[in-house]
Write a new protein. Structure first.
Length: 190
């Protein structure tokens, strides 16, 4: 299998089946796709980031971006944790997409000091009742690293980020900047 390694790679056309809603075409013929790889259903750190996407989802869509989040959990687990997300959520419990896109797991996902603040904030959200705790043994383990890909309508990856720890992903402002640059050929991200 060919691994998609980042900008310049081509994502072959496919249809992903979200845990709810209609199938999602990747690439999307009409807009950019932000394909984000998260960890497991109920991951408090992932949920912290996803809430920033939810808060600005209208702005993201207005920029011509379709959000698609992939988790290495079964669909039935994801349904418990993602019913209010306004974008496609895809279950990949066998980690086939993770392997194709070169998304890895590592102990540094939780051991890197840069993630500790996010762990504390996200745990506090669970304690306050603003989130649900994950299962004790998540499918695929707890050591997954996030990754982000911005895919043009022709299937070309125009930008990518492989996280170095569990909370290392594109903030919304960076995603919007990358999308704006991708729409201008002279400013395309590298």
């Amino acid at each position: 299998m060919r691994v998609i390694t980042g900008p310049g790679s081509i994502v072959s056309a496919r249809s992903l089946t979200p845990v709810s809603g209609s199938p999602v075409a990747i690439p999307d013929p009409d807009r950019l796709v932000h394909l984000q790889f998260r960890r497991f259903a109920g991951c408090p750190v992932c949920n912290l980031h996803l809430q920033s996407i939810v808060r600005r989802h209208t702005e993201i869509e207005a920029a011509g971006i379709r959000e698609v989040a992939v988790f290495h959990s079964p669909a039935e687990e994801l349904l418990e944790h993602t019913p209010d997300l306004p974008f496609a959520v895809v279950a990949d419990p066998a980690k086939l997409l993770y392997a194709e896109f070169g998304v890895e797991s590592s102990p540094r996902s939780l051991l890197d000091p840069r993630v500790w603040g996010a762990i504390l904030r996200s745990s506090w959200e669970v304690v306050r009742g603003r989130g649900r705790a994950p299962g004790s043994k998540p499918n695929g383990g707890r050591l997954g690293l996030p990754a982000d890909f911005l895919i043009a309508s022709d299937g070309r990856v125009v930008a990518s980020k492989y996280g170095e720890h569990a909370y290392d992903q594109w903030p919304v402002d960076e995603l919007l900047d990358l999308a704006a640059r991708a729409s201008r050929p002279d400013q395309r991200p590298r």
